[in-house]
Write a protein that binds this ligand. Structure first.
Ligand code: SAM
Length: 278
């Protein structure tokens, strides 16, 4: 049994286990342990928390989370080739790292964790948005996690924190900000990863609110915002006319000018509109 500090550098781990990055698994690894510790610190104090990490790969961020004092890390990895490297980390931190082999999209992740829980991950880009939407739309709110600290490509991070009247504003911003405080806490250039992706990346920190910011039925809110943003250049009286013949009156009752476009309307007004249908 060793310690985390006694583990070999990640480049050696990758060479020893022949972990050649696979594009189809979204593998862009972080090899700088100072950087992974910094990302772990973006999640705040971890000592009292179980941490869910999706896609640990060779374990750079996993090491950061353990070094920063996480009570217990549950790491879910699809690529069996990474398991021996992760087993070495588990051996260096007895009882503090559980590695689950499988597809995070097909697992009931909450059932493997003891509250309180934080999620911290350098997500595979191809599954990142899907996982985020799942975590934001559980059957009951508040969810199993208190915060999400997640790496995305920068454009996606900007869509999560976007405000009205910007290009990036849309359904993802509305859903995330309805239920969470959201902010970008770090941006990273392509060279921070091995291999370097084509795009810049950013870490978003989302803290779950005890209840959604404004009352609204989730399904109605999602349906309305889908219709509104699917035709974001159109006036709302036109993009939402499928909701009924009285849409202009409903928009006015929610304080929304019928001639406004989706990207001009804030979360509070969309929730008021959804409540009008409730
Ligand atoms: N966390 C590591 C780091 O920061 O260096 C690796 C990050 S890499 C961007 C994404 C990781 O997610 C890879 O290890 C990949 O094998 C894994 N992965 C991809 N799809 C997955 C899935 N559906 N479920 C679990 N892990 C997945």
């Amino acid at each position: 049994m060793g310690t985390i500090d006694g583990l070999p550098p990640l480049r050696e781990v990758i060479a020893a286990h022949d972990l050649v990055a696979k594009k189809q698994l979204g593998q862009n690894f972080l090899l700088d342990l100072n950087l992974t510790a910094k990302i772990a610190r973006c999640a705040g104090d971890l000592a009292a928390f179980d941490v869910l990490e999706v896609g640990p790969g060779p374990g750079g961020l996993t090491r950061g989370l353990l070094a920063e004092g996480a009570r217990h890390v549950v790491a879910v990895e699809k690529d069996a080739r990474a398991l021996p490297a992760l087993a070495e980390i588990a051996a260096a931190c007895p009882g503090r790292l559980t590695v689950l082999h499988g597809d995070a999209l097909g697992m009931d992740l909450g059932s493997h964790l003891t509250p309180p829980v934080k999620v911290v991950a350098n997500l595979p880009y191809n599954v990142g948005t899907e996982l985020l939407i799942r975590w934001l739309t559980p059957a009951v709110w508040p969810p199993f996690w208190q915060s999400l600290t997640l790496m995305f490509q920068k454009e996606v991070a900007e869509r999560i924190v976007a405000k009205p009247r910007t290009e990036a504003y849309g359904r993802l911003a509305l859903l995330a900000q309805w239920r969470c405080e959201t902010r970008i806490v770090m941006t990273l250039p392509p060279e921070a990863f091995t291999p370097a992706p084509k795009v810049h990346s950013a870490v978003v920190h989302l803290v779950a609110l005890p209840a959604p910011r404004y009352a609204a039925d989730e399904k109605l809110l999602m349906r309305i915002t889908a219709m509104a943003f699917n035709q974001r250049r159109k006036m709302l009286r036109s993009s939402l006319k499928g909701l009924g013949p009285d849409i202009e009156a409903r928009l006015l009752a929610a304080g929304i000018p019928p001639t406004a476009r989706a990207e001009e309307i804030g979360l509070e007004a969309f929730c008021a509109l959804a409540r009008g249908f409730g």
